[in-house]
Design a protein around this ligand. Sequence first.
Ligand SMILES: [Zn+2]
Length: 254
Amino acid sequence: MIRLHKSSCPKQLTKDIQKTLTDEFIASGYKKAVWNKTYIKSSLLSESHKKCAYCECLIGHGHREMHVDHYYPKKKYPLRVVEWNNLIPSCPHCNKSKNDVDPTEFPIINPYEDDPKDYFYFKGYRLKCKKGRYYEKAKNTLNVFDLNDPDETGMLLYKCGNGILEKIEVIFEDIQTYANTKDLNLCFRILRAIKNILKQGVKDSEYGAYMATIIHSSDEYNNIRDMLIGLNLWSENLESLHQESISIKFDITG
Ligand SMILES: [Zn+2]
């Protein structure tokens, strides 16, 4: 889960259209999916980096079906059924899990208003709730979406995370060989490999916040970066990926 920023309301969703769609929804007995418009879904997808706002899995074309979650549930708050700030892109699992939970009674994180890093830390491939004033909201969110479910994400995070750590270990050995041999082909391979690893821990990548945490908790990664800086090989592009991944990573202690 990463902090998201709401884009401006699509120009097609004017006040008049919002009123018409809301009336249609109420007239249908709260059944008609009036939010199911291409211009709404594509704007939501682009502001969430094509990911579920809650669990960070990829959604939309070629991935899981995209659902539109109503942060304030549409059956209890029908007048907010197409209110732009109430629409959250989500995967089927998260949308169904949240169902009609009312955040005014059972507070849960809104990734457009809350920074998930303030609520969670990530350790042993599991999200943990930070103690303190955010604890209850974090615990509610973890339970509603079952964010540590081994079947949904747990095993995948372990597999991807372990794959990243293995690749980092290989690069760590390669860079020591390069320091002795100055083999240019090896140098290019190292730079390509470290760039590909960092690209897994940015906003656009699936489970980016988790992967960023795994990358930055690796001693070898930090050593590799130091060595590449020392060899004058750490480019602006690598630094920009490095900084982006730092901005979304979780802490590793509570
Ligand atoms: Zn999800």
